[in-house]
Design a binder for this molecule. Structure first.
Ligand SMILES: [Zn+2]
Length: 187
């Protein structure tokens, strides 16, 4: 039996929902977009209650967005952060978002990343990670974030990735309560 072919595509509503021309100067503007994307993701039931985006850190230009698609795509690695990083790489035609001569990039995530996505954050070359809800918020509804330790963040920062946490946390964590209320699958 031949190996399956994979194609990663965001749910069709995403491109119509996102204002690609807008600039997002403040971190709160960037997180607000990510949280709005999350509300829409929950309303449309196109995956888990996690969303993310990649921006140019200094200008606030939006480069890519990602939503969690693990369950509908039958793909355990399609977490929102991983999808946003994949989409950014595809848009910029580069495996790394930290190549010499490129503007610095940042990953903005509705929640503190799981172990896999924290690893992907490092390999992606982003200069900054910005998060909304906390690991404890995700675990409180039954998600497992895996082996993420204070040392994991310290290591990231030692490697030059700045970390800003709990931006619009209260708004971001409402995604979990909405998702649970909608009867979404916790996996
Ligand atoms: Zn993840």
């Amino acid at each position: 039996m031949p190996s399956p072919r994979l194609q990663v595509e965001l749910p069709p509503w995403v491109d119509g929902f996102v204002d690609w021309q807008r600039h997002y100067p403040r971190l709160e503007d960037r997180m607000a977009l990510v949280v709005e994307l999350g509300h829409e993701q929950v309303r449309r039931a196109t995956g888990g209650p996690f969303t993310a985006a990649v921006f140019e850190r200094d200008s606030g230009v939006l480069v890519a967005v990602g939503v969690n698609m693990a369950v509908p795509a039958h793909n355990c690695v399609l977490h929102a952060e991983a999808v946003a990083l994949m989409m950014a790489g595809a848009r910029l035609h580069s495996h790394s978002l930290g190549v010499e001569g490129m503007p610095a990039h940042e990953l903005v995530s509705s929640c503190e990343p799981c172990a896999m996505c924290l690893g992907a954050t490092l390999w992606s070359g982003v200069a900054r990670l910005v998060t909304g809800a906390t690991k404890a918020d995700a675990e409180a509804i039954g998600y497992d974030e895996g082996p993420v330790f204070p040392e994991s963040y310290a290591y990231l920062e030692q490697r030059g990735v700045a970390v800003v946490r709990q931006v619009l946390r209260d708004q971001a964590r409402t995604l979990f309560t909405e998702y649970r209320a909608a009867g979404g699958v916790i996996y």
